[in-house]
Structures are given as structure tokens and as C-alpha cells.
Design a protein around this ligand. Structure first.
Ligand SMILES: Nc1ncnc2c1ncn2[C@@H]1O[C@H](COP(=O)(O)OP(=O)(O)OP(=O)(O)O)[C@@H](O)[C@H]1O
Ligand SMILES: [Mg+2]
Ligand SMILES: [Zn+2]
Length: 640
């Protein structure tokens, strides 16, 4: 008996030592992660410092970096106007493209490509990457082959090229036999009837005939350049990964003498490294323009998922701040596009829905009406995306968060292409996190990217630009923002809140649920914590006095910090998300452990957390109840 008693004591102590060890391991893991983050930040800063020191001060807002093979002076040579082709580039810039001057990095990119260098050009959306191959195409012998992921992008470009009398053609799955024949014949015609030939990656991968014509053109020195647009699609780490891009390495292997130009608006260095491998280019020169779009104002507003207040808020913005201005409201799903558009219509706003399953004719009608300012607002899924090139978009409002910061940057970046001020507002709702989760759950690192987006939204004390910059391997200081984001504008307006006790309550609740073999969805977790769950929970746990939005914010914070995590299960119809204890939850057992979160000090639970400029002109805020009122007559007529 005595022996058994001792064994029990020893076992108990062993358990306690084990759990302490587990805690220490967690703390070590946490510190190691922090160390890795700081080291990578340090390296980025050191590189920035090095560049700032050895470069002549650059007055423009862009910075350029080269592969190690080319130093700064060599690189600057490519900004020069003493290349033999310069006069022709300049002449066509003005006479053919009707543009007065090059934008930053354009001339450098063109000179490099005309000098037969392989080049990756990373420039924010709308800065004019296309010109960097269109203009050299016009000034070179033969033709330029352009690989483009979407037929709609090709169509846009061909329409534009036709309008400036530059012969461009495309080949894709729906090209007629007749048309394909003409194009194929043109490829080997020394008179080069086409200066730009657009194809999809699928065409390169699947059409033997095309490859053999390209081979002939190559041997006759008629294939002057290969441009791979949206080059990040090559990499599975890029957010638009397209398997057929993986096969494009064949181009460099078959046509080694032809310079390749990869273009993208969103690529981190790891994505570019991957693209380099896949395309079989060795050490391309990489030009990177700064991603800081100084004319865009970034703002986040908290969305109450339980009502349509966000839609009323959007309507009142459109009616006041953006009266008669052009914009996009991005939504999560096709259903949302229809719903939000109709809700806006009920509030007398002429808004058209746009999504992938619409009839192509309707889609192009909406696009066209919007482009020609007959309709000011499109409520769209991300299907209304790449290639949208309207200069005077004054607002891009996200009714639902994007799936990653890269996506958000690109989608919101459709605002203000003309360089004038424009607003990018995202509505951040708790339940949206899990809706978007279902979409990214199968993606490589999809969930991590989504959490970064959530972190961007939850943040109240760091410049939103600097949070974006990290994703583009850039270092921005908050000064550079010029108060063009809501956190910089409200820089003093936040407090730190101790949420340790809240965290313990939530963890206790989840432990209780687990002991009853129950899984809690995020919404059920909030309900239960607020005392709205089943009675059996209520008796056993401490319910919270926090408001719903505050409770949601705390849970998001615990998720971001790793005290909670998402778990999911699949059914044939849907994916279910549950909240589980995260790796850091045992730390809460330590009485000295503290968890905190930052909150806007002045904000209660209202929808508007941002710049507080939502009042309609005259200080009146328009009130509309969800679902109230019929579609107005005017809107109905316009829709017909
Ligand atoms: N030097 C220039 N001066 C004035 N406008 C220019 C110049 N170069 C390009 N543009 C215009 O900028 C707009 C955007 O160009 P483009 O479509 O090439 O952008 P992009 O960088 O490819 O963006 P995305 O990443 O969205 O594809 C076009 O309307 C183009 O005519
Ligand atoms: Mg482009
Ligand atoms: Zn800022």
C-alpha cells in the first residue's frame, strides 16, 4: 500500500514537472519565433541602410535593386538616353502611344530588355508595366510573344493596341481555325505583320504547332522578346498559382537567346526565386518599384456581422463622400454581390453586381457601363479584377476582408490610378474570417496569409502601409504615410487592455466543451461566452460582460496570438470551422502570464471605427433599415 502511495506521489510530481517542461518549451518556441522575425527584420533594415549609404541620394519615390551581378552604377547606366534605340523609343512613346514621358523605372526596364537582359519587373498595379514590353516590341524587329493568364486581359490589351494602331493578335482556346492560321503564318513572315502576339500558358503547353512556328521564327531572328505577364502565377507561393505556368520553362530552354521579361505587381523575393527556377532564367535583373501608393488612404471599419449596418454605412459614404464618383465594392460571393447591389439600389444608389457566373454579355455590359461612367458603382467579386484599368476610381470598399494582404493590396490598388487621392476601406467582420477560411483552407499557407490580413484589420497602432510593406520585403517608416491611413491619423488614440482574464474564461469554456465532447464554432463560442449558449454551459462558466463586438475582438486577438486556433472538418457540402485551444493556451496556467491587446480608445461599438467621416453632407446620417424599401424607380429603369 505504502509503495502504491509513493508511486502516486511520484507520478503526480512527474506530471507537474512534465507540464512545466511543456510550458517552457512553448516559451522557447515563442522566443525562437520572435528571434526569427527580428532577425529577418534586422537583415531587411541592414540592406536598406547599405543601399541608402552607397547610393547617390535618389529623389524619386522608387528604389531599384539589381541581382548581385550588376552594381548600382551599372544599373543607373540603363536610365540613360544614349542607347542606339533611344530616339525610336521616345518617338513611339509620343507619336504612337501618345504619352509625354516615361514613368519611374520604365526607361530602365526597356533599356535592359532592349540590351537582351532577362528581367523581372515588379511594379505596383497600374504603374505601366505593359508599356515596358509594348514599346520595345514596336521598336524591335519581328514580334514579341506575351504570355497572359486571362483572355479578358488579352482582349483589353488588343483593344488598346488597335486603338493606337499597333498590330497585336491573340491565340487562345476559343480562336477560330481561320484566325489561328493567319497568326501562325504571321509568326514567320519577315514583314512581321504583328508586333505583339498574346497567348495563354495553356497554348504554349498544348500546341505543338505553335511551338514549331516559334522555333522557325526564332531561327529567323523574328522572336524578339518574351514577356510573361503576371509572372507570379508561376509560383505556387504566388497567390494566383496556375499549373500551366509551370511548363513555361520550355521557352527559355528552346529559345535561349531571346530576352525574357517577367512582370508582376505582387511578388516577394521567395516567389521570384521560384519563378526564376520555373522559367529557367538564370540571374535575371530584378527591378522593384516601391509599393507605396502615396495617394491611397487606407482605413479599416469594424463590421457587425449580425446586421446590415455596414451596407447602410457604405451607402451613406457613396452618397456623400463619393457622390458622383466612380468606385468598386468588393464582396465575398456571387450571392453577396447580388444582395449588396440590391441593398444599395434600395438606398437609391445605382450599383450593378458583377461576378463570375454572370452571362459574359452581361459582364461586359456592366464593365463597359462602368468604364464609361454610366454606372458609378460595381459590386463585384474578385472576378472583377486583373486588368481593370480605370484611372479615376475614387474608392474601393471591401465589404468582406480579402484572403491575403497581397490580394488586398492588388484589389484596393485599383483605386486612384490617375495619381489623385482615393480611399481604400475594408469592413472587418468576425464571421467573415471564417467564411474566407473556407475558401483558403485547401491552399498552401492560405490560412496563414488570411491571418495576416486579419492582423492588418485588427491592428490599431501601426501604420497600415508599414504592415503591407513587410509583405513586399520593403521597409517603410510611418513618417512616409503622411497621415494617409486611419492609424496614423488617430495615432494617439489607442490604449492597451489586459485581456488575461478574458483569455482564461475562453480557454475554460473550450475545455468544458471538449470535456462534453462538443465542438464550438466561432459563433457558438462567442454566444456561449456571452451567456447565450445552452443552459448546461451557462451554469458552469463565467459569462462575459463584454459587448458582442468586444468579445469578438478578444477572440480574434487570442487567435492571432496562438492561444486559440482554428480546426475544421469537411462534409460533402461544406467545411465547418471550430475553435480549439492553441499552442500557447497552457501559458495561461501560469499566474504571472499576461495577455494584452490594443484598442481604439475613443471608439464604442459603432460600425465606424475609421476616420469618422461618414456623415452625409449637412451632418445628417442617412438611416435605412436592412431590407427596407423597394428598389427605387430610377434604379429599376437604369437596370433595364
Ligand atoms: N509613361 C506613362 N505615362 C502616362 N500613362 C502611362 C505611362 N505608362 C503607362 N501608362 C498608363 O498607365 C495605365 C496602367 O498601365 P498598365 O495596365 O500597364 O499597368 P500595370 O502595371 O500592368 O498594372 P497591373 O498590375 O494592374 O496589370 C495605362 O492606362 C497606361 O496607359
Ligand atoms: Mg499589367
Ligand atoms: Zn499610416
Amino acid at each position: 500500500m505504502e509503495g502504491a502511495g509513493r508511486a502516486n506521489d511520484v507520478q503526480a510530481e512527474l506530471d507537474s514537472v512534465d507540464s512545466e517542461l511543456e510550458l517552457i518549451e512553448l516559451q522557447i518556441a515563442e522566443l525562437l519565433q520572435k528571434q526569427a522575425e527580428l532577425t529577418s527584420r534586422k537583415n531587411a533594415l541592414l540592406q536598406q541602410l547599405e543601399e541608402a549609404c552607397d547610393a547617390a541620394p535618389s529623389s524619386s519615390s522608387h528604389s531599384a535593386t539589381a541581382a548581385p551581378v550588376m552594381n548600382k552604377q551599372e544599373m543607373q547606366r540603363y536610365d540613360g538616353t544614349d542607347f542606339p534605340w533611344y530616339k525610336e523609343l521616345e518617338r513611339h512613346l509620343k507619336d504612337t502611344f501618345h504619352l509625354s514621358k516615361f514613368r519611374p523605372l520604365q526607361l530602365r526596364a526597356m533599356n535592359l530588355s532592349m540590351s537582351s537582359k532577362d528581367l523581372f519587373l515588379v511594379m505596383p498595379t497600374g504603374r505601366g508595366k505593359s508599356l515596358c514590353y509594348q514599346l520595345p516590341a514596336v521598336c524591335s524587329k519581328g514580334f514579341t510573344l506575351v504570355i497572359t493568364p486571362l483572355v479578358s486581359l488579352m482582349e483589353d490589351q488588343i483593344m488598346y493596341l488597335n486603338s493606337v494602331n499597333v498590330p497585336g493578335v491573340m491565340l487562345n482556346a476559343s480562336s477560330s481555325k481561320e484566325h489561328s492560321k493567319t497568326v501562325m503564318a504571321g509568326l514567320t513572315d519577315v514583314k512581321a505583320p504583328f508586333k505583339l502576339v498574346y497567348v495563354t500558358p495553356e497554348k504554349i503547353a498544348k500546341s505543338k504547332l505553335l511551338m514549331s512556328r516559334l522555333e522557325k521564327a526564332y531561327n529567323a531572328n523574328l522572336l524578339s522578346r518574351i514577356a510573361v505577364d503576371e509572372v507570379h502565377c508561376c509560383s505556387q507561393w504566388g497567390h494566383d498559382f496556375r499549373p500551366d505556368y509551370k511548363l513555361l520553362g520550355i521557352l527559355k530552354r528552346q529559345f535561349p537567346r531571346v530576352p525574357l521579361l517577367g512582370l508582376t505587381a505582387t511578388a516577394t523575393s521567395s516567389v521570384l526565386k521560384d519563378c526564376e527556377k520555373i522559367l529557367c532564367v538564370s540571374k535575371p535583373v530584378t527591378l522593384t518599384a516601391s509599393f507605396n501608393r502615396t495617394n491611397l488612404y487606407y482605413e479599416v471599419r469594424i463590421k457587425d456581422s449580425n446586421n446590415n449596418a455596414s451596407i447602410s454605412d457604405i451607402a451613406s459614404l457613396i452618397d456623400s463622400r463619393y457622390k458622383n464618383q466612380s468606385g468598386i465594392v468588393y464582396v465575398f460571393s456571387q450571392k453577396d454581390a447580388e444582395f449588396v447591389a440590391s441593398e444599395l439600389q434600395k438606398r437609391d444608389i445605382l450599383a450593378y453586381p458583377y461576378h463570375a457566373t454572370m452571362d459574359p454579355v452581361d459582364k461586359s455590359r456592366v464593365h463597359h457601363k462602368w468604364a464609361s461612367n454610366k454606372v458609378k458603382v460595381v459590386v463585384a467579386t474578385v472576378a472583377f479584377g486583373m486588368g481593370i484599368d480605370k484611372p479615376d476610381v475614387r474608392f474601393v470598399i471591401h465589404h468582406t476582408i480579402s484572403k491575403s494582404i497581397e490580394n488586398y493590396y492588388q484589389e484596393s490598388g485599383r483605386a486612384g490610378r490617375d495619381g489623385h487621392p482615393a480611399d481604400c476601406i475594408v469592413y472587418f467582420g468576425f464571421s467573415d474570417i471564417f467564411r474566407v477560411s473556407t475558401m483558403v483552407v485547401m491552399e498552401n499557407v492560405g490560412q496563414q496569409k488570411l491571418l495576416k490580413m486579419v492582423d492588418y484589420c485588427q491592428n490599431v497602432d501601426r501604420c497600415r502601409r508599414s504592415l503591407m510593406a513587410v509583405h513586399f520585403d520593403e521597409v517603410w517608416d510611418d513618417e512616409g504615410c503622411n497621415q494617409m491611413c486611419d492609424t496614423c491619423r488617430h495615432s494617439e488614440d489607442h490604449t492597451s487592455m489586459d485581456i488575461t482574464q478574458h483569455a482564461r474564461e475562453v480557454v475554460q469554456l473550450l475545455e468544458l466543451a471538449a470535456s462534453m465532447n462538443e465542438k464550438l464554432t466561432p459563433l457558438k463560442l462567442v454566444d456561449a461566452w456571452m451567456g447565450r449558449g445552452p443552459a448546461k454551459h451557462r451554469r458552469l462558466i463565467q459569462t462575459t460582460a463584454l459587448s458582442r463586438l468586444q468579445a469578438e475582438a478578444v477572440i480574434v486577438q487570442l487567435l492571432l496570438q496562438g492561444y486559440l486556433r482554428e480546426d475544421f472538418s469537411f462534409t460533402p457540402y461544406t467545411t465547418h470551422f471550430y475553435m480549439k485551444l492553441g499552442a500557447k493556451s497552457p501559458l495561461l496556467k501560469n499566474q504571472n502570464h499576461k495577455v494584452s491587446m490594443k484598442r481604439r480608445a475613443s471608439v464604442s461599438d459603432s460600425v465606424a471605427v475609421g476616420s469618422g467621416q461618414t456623415k452625409a453632407k449637412g451632418g445628417k446620417r442617412s438611416v435605412h433599415r436592412a431590407g427596407a424599401g423597394p428598389v427605387s424607380k430610377k434604379v429599376k429603369e437604369d437596370l433595364l
